[in-house]
Each structure stands twice: as C-alpha cells, then as structure tokens.
Design a protein around this ligand. Structure first.
Ligand code: 3HC
Length: 293
C-alpha cells in the first residue's frame, strides 16, 4: 500500500499542515491542501513557496524541481475535492469533537482503501477511529514542528489499526526521509509524554523562584545540548498547546504529577500564548522576525 500512495490530502493550513504539504510535494506526491479559511490557505501557500525557494537558494533543489513541486500542490476549501486521495492527514485544531466530525465526513467521501491519519499531539487515535467505519485504516502520524526540518515522525497505532495501515504510513514517512518511532495509543504517546512534563517542570522551576527564565533555558540548552531551552520551546510550540497536552496527560494517566503549573495556566488565561501572539514566557514584540505567522 505504501508504494500505492500517490495523492495525499492535508487538512489544515497552519504551520503543521503547510509543513506536511511541503514534504509531500517535494517528495513527488500530489497534494491537496485544504483549509476552510481562504486567508489561511494564502498564508500556507506563501510559507510553502518561500520555504521551497530557500531549498533552491541552498542548492538542495533545482528551480525546475521547485516549479514541478509547486505544480503538484492544489489548495482547496472543498472536502469533496479530496475524493481521489490515497492518504489523508489532518492537522486541524486539537479538539476531539471537531476531529471526529471531520473523520466521519471524510469516511463518507474517500475511496474504500484510503487511509485516514491524524497529526494529533495527544488525542486518542482509537476514539478518532470510532467515528469512522474504517478503524483499521485510521492511524496517528505525529510530525514534529517544524515538519520540514525535524527528523522524526511518531506513528501511533490505535486499538484497531491494521498492520497494513501501519506499514503504509511508515513507508510514507520514510519517503519523506523521516525516522519513524511507533507508539501505542496512550495519552501523550512517546514524545509529548516525556517532553510536556519537562516543560511543565521548567514552569514550576520559574514559578517557585528557583531561577530566572534565562538561566533555566541556558541550563537545559548548554547543560543537556537541547537546541532550545524548555521555556523558549514552550513559546515556540504555543503555551495553549502545552497546557492542553498537560490536561490530556492528567486526565488520561490520572497522576497528580501531571497537574499543569499554575503559572502556565495563568499565562494562557492572560493570552500570553507564545511566539504566535508576540508574547509568552518571553516578549517577542521587539523581534517581529521571531513571531510565528
Ligand atoms: N520550515 C522550513 N524550514 C525551517 C523552518 C520552517 N518552519 N524553520 C527553520 N527552518 C530551517 C531553516 O531554513 C534552516 O535551514 P538551513 O540550516 O539549511 O539554513 C534550519 O531550519 C535552521 O533554522 P534557523 O537557522 O532559522 O534557526 P535554528 O538553527 O535556531 O533552528 C529550529 C530552528 C530548527 C526550530 C531549532 O531551534 C530546533 O530544532 N528547535 C527545537 C524544535 C523542537 O523541539 N520541535 C519539536 C517540538 S515538539 C512537537 O512538535 C510536538 C508537538 O505535538 C507539540
């Protein structure tokens, strides 16, 4: 099935969706990128086009290959256009109800063998699959942000995900030149199960006055060779996303150690969501190049 995938649908034109669409067209697939909001699609197209142009300026892609890749991309706001897709991956808002409704709609539109994947960071694949009549063909395909750069894809097997679906998804991720890890379907999977408590602990370290934000980040950057400190990374991911994943861990695993730090909750309540809002743990309003589109 992996080699049979030729047409991919990507739903959601945000950072993750546009990054996944970029991977698809650069690696030879036809991609439909869907978003209900035409402005979001316009932004996504701009992001993809400038990111691919960078590959050309670095000599990783010829101008002709770039043009070919861009021709393989179709932007749309109509779910019906995804009919011909062999594989659809969604990267929309982290809401179980919204994702379930989307999966149920897609189930009625896609051809029988098509696979439905979710880029969810922590929502149960088994529960998403229950909204379809093809639970064996539902899988988690969790890209890391930014998808074109990060080397990992985490594949999550729901309770009913078939071996064929897993193998096809793995083959696709490998066509994108990613290394694959496999997780069973428990809250937070592998990466966020470990990463988010670390970020939450960094908030507690700040909240309890152990150290400044700068020293916490420098400690983890230089002390453990992370590319970003945990607070800087939280701003990069989005504090609302971090908080919602902590709540999924707390609900799903039922251990008090997953309680979100009150400071993280307060920042989110105040609208300090990180780079996308210009302010999170750090203030980016004087460095607009760091504010995410
Ligand atoms: N799209 C495409 N390429 C991008 C990009 C994007 N959005 N952002 C950066 N790049 C490329 C740049 O073009 C550059 O390429 P080059 O080296 O070939 O010129 C390269 O990445 C490095 O970028 P920069 O020089 O601008 O900046 P840095 O060296 O500081 O790297 C970073 C930026 C790659 C984001 C790095 O800081 C990093 O790895 N940070 C940690 C990111 C991380 O941990 N992500 C995972 C978060 S967890 C997650 O996603 C799970 C979710 O469920 C929460």
């Amino acid at each position: 099935m992996g080699e049979m995938i030729k047409v991919i649908g990507v739903i959601g034109g945000g950072q993750m969706g546009s990054g996944i669409a970029q991977l698809g067209i650069v690696h030879g697939f036809h991609v439909y990128l869907l978003d209900n909001d035409p402005a979001a699609l316009g932004k996504a197209l701009h992001l993809i086009s400038s990111s691919i142009q960078r590959l050309v300026s670095k000599g990783n892609l010829s101008q002709a290959e770039r043009d070919e890749a861009m021709r393989r991309l179709r932007c749309t706001s109509s779910l019906d256009e995804l009919r011909s897709c062999d594989f659809v991956v969604e990267a929309i808002v982290e809401s179980e109800d919204v994702k379930k409704k989307l999966f149920s709609d897609l189930d009625g539109i896609l051809k029988a063998p098509a696979i439905l994947a979710s880029n969810t960071s922590s929502i149960s694949i088994t529960r998403l699959a229950s909204a379809t009549r093809r639970p064996g063909q539902v899988v988690g395909m969790h890209f890391m942000n930014p998808p074109p750069v990060m080397k990992l894809v985490e594949i999550i097997r729901g309770a009913d995900t078939s071996d064929e679906t897993f193998s096809a998804t793995k083959a696709l991720a490998e066509r994108f030149r990613k290394t694959v890890i496999c997780s069973n379907d428990y809250s937070g999977f592998i990466v966020n199960r470990i990463l988010m408590p670390m970020i939450n602990e960094a908030f507690y370290t700040l909240y309890t006055g152990v150290a400044t934000k700068e020293d916490i980040d420098t400690g983890m950057k230089l002390g453990t060779n992370h590319p970003m400190g945990p607070l800087e990374l939280a701003d990069f991911i989005g504090l609302d996303v971090c908080l919602s994943i902590m709540r999924v861990l707390q609900d799903g695993l039922g251990d008090a150690k997953y309680a979100p730090c009150p400071l993280l909750v307060q920042y989110v309540d105040a609208g300090r969501l990180g780079r996308k809002r210009g302010i999170g743990v750090y203030d980016y309003r004087k460095t607009p190049e760091l504010v995410k589109p």
